[in-house]
Design a protein around this ligand. Sequence first.
Ligand SMILES: C[S@@+](CC[C@H](N)C(=O)[O-])C[C@H]1O[C@@H](n2cnc3c(N)ncnc32)[C@H](O)[C@@H]1O
Length: 232
Amino acid sequence: MENRPSEIPNIVQKLFTFEEYKDDTMHSLNVSIPEVLDPQYGMYVWPCAVVLAQYAWTRREELLHKRVLELGAGVSLPGVVAAKCGAQVILSDNAELPLCLDNCRRTCEVNDLPNVVVVGITWGEVSPELLLLPSLDIILGSDVFYEPEDFESVLVTISYLLRRNPKAQIWTTYQERSADWSIEALLHKWNLNCNNIPLEKFNSKDLTGFKLPGSHSVQMMIITCKGSAESK
Ligand SMILES: C[S@@+](CC[C@H](N)C(=O)[O-])C[C@H]1O[C@@H](n2cnc3c(N)ncnc32)[C@H](O)[C@@H]1O
């Protein structure tokens, strides 16, 4: 990861490189993320986003031509990696936070992705934007479970999307900020299944060593509808 100054004041370009040596060839992808020097949550890349983007990179062959939605995208690193790997991507953030939606658009411009769509989707709310979404294969959510009072709203939106797209999977990363927080009971209430993916499985163990205040650990999970073929 590398920081570069930008021509726009208060914006710093962060460069992320994803690499994998496979079939005697080095495969790599560079993504540039404009971060805004502002204390709002959706203005910079959270550790969860780096881990989810790495997961998407390691599953890039399956992402080709898939329809992908990112929830609470902020500066949108995982969604942009999916788009660069050939997925048809829709980025979303809180409909009431236009600056976050601007970030999604700015990241697409910087990475030359004119076909990525940006929409306002507020968790737990039914809106024309939510109802008009096309069918989806994968829904990305990086660090969307960060405020316990929003956990159920996020799961309501996830549950709605999975019922409309029963074969879809939610790829999500969660940063453990308190041992008292858990989404387990809510997953059960909304009839959702959750599988943990160990970070070692996709070379992400070292990516979590961010120098952030406080200790943290990131988990990667796949959420599906209970009883669907994808949950087995
Ligand atoms: C902790 S940040 C994570 C941002 C980004 N996914 C990442 O990991 O770098 C949480 C994101 O959720 C968005 N968000 C917060 N409340 C929301 C809501 N009620 N509906 C939709 N998005 C929301 C924020 O604007 C922010 O972009």
